[in-house]
Design a protein around this ligand. Sequence first.
Ligand code: 4AD
Length: 466
Amino acid sequence: GKKWTEVKDLTNELKDQVVLIRGRAQAIRAVGKKMAFLVVRERGFTVQCVLTVAQDVVSPQMVKFATSLSRESIVDIEGVISVPSQPITGASQQVEIQVRKLYSVNKAVPALPINIEDAARSELEIEKALQAGEQLVRVNQDTRLNFRVLDMRTPANQAIFRIQCQVENIFRQFLLSEGFVGIHTPKLIAGSSEGGSAVFRFDYKGTPACLAQSPQLHKQMAICGDFGRVFEVGPVFRAEDSFTHRHLCEFTGLDVEMEIKEHYSEVMDIVDRLFVTMFDGLNEKCSKELEAINRQYPFEKLKYLRKTLRLTFEEGVQMLKEAGVEIDPFGDLNTESERKLGQLVLEKYGTEFYILHRYPLAVRPFYTMPCHDNPKYSNSFDVFIRGEEIISGAQRVHVPELLTERAQAVGIDVKTISTYIDSFRYGAPPHGGFGVGLERVVMLFCALNNIRKTSLFPRDPQRITP
Ligand code: 4AD
């Protein structure tokens, strides 16, 4: 086979060498009949390719052919690397290719619904371009999602999904190194796993069934099955009614469940070390990706402590109260008060990542363990990035009688979860765990404003295609 080079690897070191690349024709510009510039893009990196008519190498027909290519067509280019004296502005790579051969591998249609260069501009660049009187179409979210395969090609989107992959990878690696076992639980289940109305129901060969709202019940059953520590990466389905910047109807859950020896803080210890490892790893391994996102959606690096701050719900309520926000000490925090508390925590402790624990029992799911010393509270926690929830977790009730009582108290038909409750009758250790929303972690780590940006093909109450 031939030797191929990737666009991202085209640097000064290759000066005067012949390279062969494959990419997309992002922009094509003719200069008279004897010259053409072609910007070729591969995985978000771009290089300027120059065609100049020269005896035996580039014919006028070849220049004409180049200028007739439609944008986003796949092309193969062979040429010599040169280093221009002026910095290159229209491409990421600071070298040019003096083209010798050009092949069209597969053509794109001439009129594309999205112009990738426009889709890749930051808000500031758009403002400037508009002020300068440039003709430009702002690519809105719906258009992007309707033509997602085109939208995916922008440098920022290329970076977002590489970061998402790293989040998942670090999650797995860290937990494997801590003795956890990766499992897969069913997504077609008989009863709802989190309660409430946000559940997709369907008919399972004549039996009413649900799409799993979380792996909650089955990951606990794996603990009853003596796996000790388990994790899962898998789809989670929520029939959300509300159309918000942070709710999807299908997202990827990163779930953990583990035996607890003495205290639910053992679960928070895992959260703490997992996420410090994750943030360090992302900053270290994904600096190019973070830069690419920053160019289109400027943001400040996440501030986090080496040891994650833990506040009790009561302390949080007190901080809000002192700031003039009155909330029900046994109610839940709403989005606004979570944001506000995030600001207060940042001011006081200098972190945008923290754990809030000992929530009121009444606002937590039925399987949550009440506090030993005060059953109005529970052994549970939420975790926040930049004032928004990314995790909820808790110690679970492992005593079947109490579990039945708790389920009934919140109106769950215990018949639908009888196999789950029975699991605790055969010897069940104290245990707890947590669930992380993958798309939310990426969204908030990069301070993006909408969860649809971090889901490859988002599913929300108004969208089930493409
Ligand atoms: O807070 P949730 O509903 O908790 C559970 O599912 C529990 N079983 C977890 C546990 O082990 N105790 O969901 C967990 C996380 C949330 O913190 C959030 O990050 C994410 O899942 N999440 C969503 N992400 C996108 N769209 C939605 N509709 C989400 N609902 C929850």
